[in-house]
Design a protein around this ligand. Sequence first.
Ligand SMILES: Nc1ncnc2c1ncn2[C@@H]1O[C@H](COP(=O)(O)OP(=O)(O)OP(=O)(O)O)[C@@H](O)[C@H]1O
Length: 310
Amino acid sequence: METMLTVNGLEKSFKDKKALKDISFDVRKGEIMAILGPNGAGKSTTIRNIMGIMYPDSGSITFHNYSGKDIPRNKIGYLPEERGLYKNVKVMDILLYLADLKDYPLDQAKERILMYLKKFDLEGKENVSVEELSKGMGQKVQFIGSIIHEPELLILDEPFSGLDPVSQEVFKEEIRSLANNGTAILLSSHQMNLVEEMCDRLFMIQRGEKVIYGTLDDVKKQYANFKCTIHGRNKIGDLENLPEVLRVEQKDDTTILHLDKDVEPSIWLKNLPDHLVIHELKINRISLHEIFIDIATDKNLLKEDGVVHA
Ligand SMILES: Nc1ncnc2c1ncn2[C@@H]1O[C@H](COP(=O)(O)OP(=O)(O)OP(=O)(O)O)[C@@H](O)[C@H]1O
């Protein structure tokens, strides 16, 4: 896959606080790449550097063959974390203004605006002023503004926050369809279930440093793969000593067994002792949500050295 954006060795400090330390990753044509991390990790600072809202102390950002101030930002779409559009302007006018800022032909923009308003259940709202829109409607309009000029790279900072489940689905479908049509997408989100559903690769930062970089499958393979949840009253000692069990958590009648990453679930299940009390049993992969919490809380229980390498 063609690389569209390369971030290499980014460093950024605010006074004596180092916000980014040697941040490097790329985003490829047609992929959805997630940038993740706890609050204050450095995601928005990374994005602001890519967008030229601020410049790094060292390191480089390359888009196709352009770097730094030469990057043609009209080929990039950006939905910032801070929401807000001019209030007393009509929806159509603000969207045409945003298209014009990106040098996009206005007649084409107008057609696309009407198409997108319909798609996002805002048909007929083109002459409504922005201040009359609900928060979610405003967010849809701002999202349309970030894609109206058919960007090659789309950067979305928390696009799902504040959206109801139906609107989330509409956003998800649109983001996926943009990627299928070749747009490179860099997505920052705290909703791990959505990231898990949508993203091809992910980059996770903690305290300004890389902790994970790779495909979702790679990330999962490098952590303990499966966990087994048993409902039924059992002695913890009987379960702790089972083969390929790394760690056991027990609360009331529920026990969660974290299994070794090389375990074959079908074989492992056959070796469970007959005397176990099992009212219900579930075996599933550890979710990205659990991996995130493990790293963000510095528990590092899932993997021996706590770091997933690219
Ligand atoms: N303009 C600024 N001046 C000083 N410090 C800043 C500035 N912008 C960010 N920081 C600091 O840099 C660090 C990274 O912040 P950043 O906003 O990039 O985090 P984030 O990962 O986007 O967090 P969140 O999930 O809360 O949005 C934080 O410690 C923050 O306080």
